[in-house]
Write a protein that binds this ligand. Structure first.
Ligand code: HEC
Length: 123
C-alpha cells in the first residue's frame, strides 16, 4: 500500500514530462498568437491573417516566418525592408515569383492583405 503511494509522485512526474514534450512539439508547428489589443480583443484581421499563414504559407516559410529549405525568411521586419507598402508584397503573393506559387484565385485580396499584415505586425 505504502509502495503504491510512494510510486505516485514519480508517475505524476513522468506524466508532466510527456505533456511538456507534447506541448513543445505542438508549439513548434503553430504560428505565434495575436496579442490582445487595447480594445481587449485581438485584431480580427490579424487573427484571420494568422489562419491564412498557417494554412498556406508556413509549410515553406516556417511557422514563425523564419524560412525553410522551401522558402525564404519573411519575419523580423523583412516586409518593411524590402517593400515600400503592402501592395508590392501583395503583387508577389497574388502573382507568384519563381518558386513562390501564385495565390490569385486561391486567396481574396482581403486575405492576402490580412496575411501580410500578420507577417509584418506579428512575426
Ligand atoms: C511552395 C512554397 C511556398 C509557399 C506555399 C509560399 N511561398 Fe512565399 N516564397 C516562396 C519562395 C521559394 C520565395 C522566393 C521567390 C523568389 O526567389 O523570387 C517566396 C517569396 C515570398 C515573398 C517575397 C519575399 C522577398 O524577400 O521579396 C513573399 C512576400 C512571400 N513569399 C509570401 C508568401 C505568403 C504570404 C504565402 C502564403 C499565402 C507564401 N509566400 C507561400 C515559397 C513559397
Amino acid at each position: 500500500m505504502t509502495g503504491e503511494v510512494r510510486g505516485l509522485p514519480s508517475f505524476a512526474l513522468v506524466l508532466c514530462l510527456v505533456a511538456g514534450l507534447v506541448a513543445t512539439a505542438c508549439g513548434a508547428s503553430t504560428s505565434p498568437e495575436v496579442e490582445v489589443g487595447p480594445a481587449g480583443t485581438p485584431d480580427p484581421v490579424l487573427v484571420a491573417g494568422r489562419e491564412v499563414f498557417m494554412d498556406r504559407c508556413s509549410s515553406c516559410h516556417g511557422a514563425s516566418g523564419g524560412g525553410t529549405g522551401k522558402g525564404p525568411r519573411l519575419n523580423r521586419g523583412l516586409l518593411e525592408q524590402e517593400y515600400d507598402g503592402l501592395d508590392d508584397a501583395a503583387a508577389v503573393v497574388l502573382g507568384g515569383r519563381r518558386r513562390m506559387p501564385a495565390f490569385s484565385g486561391l486567396l481574396t485580396r482581403n486575405e492576402v492583405d490580412a496575411v501580410l499584415r500578420y507577417i509584418r505586425d506579428v512575426l
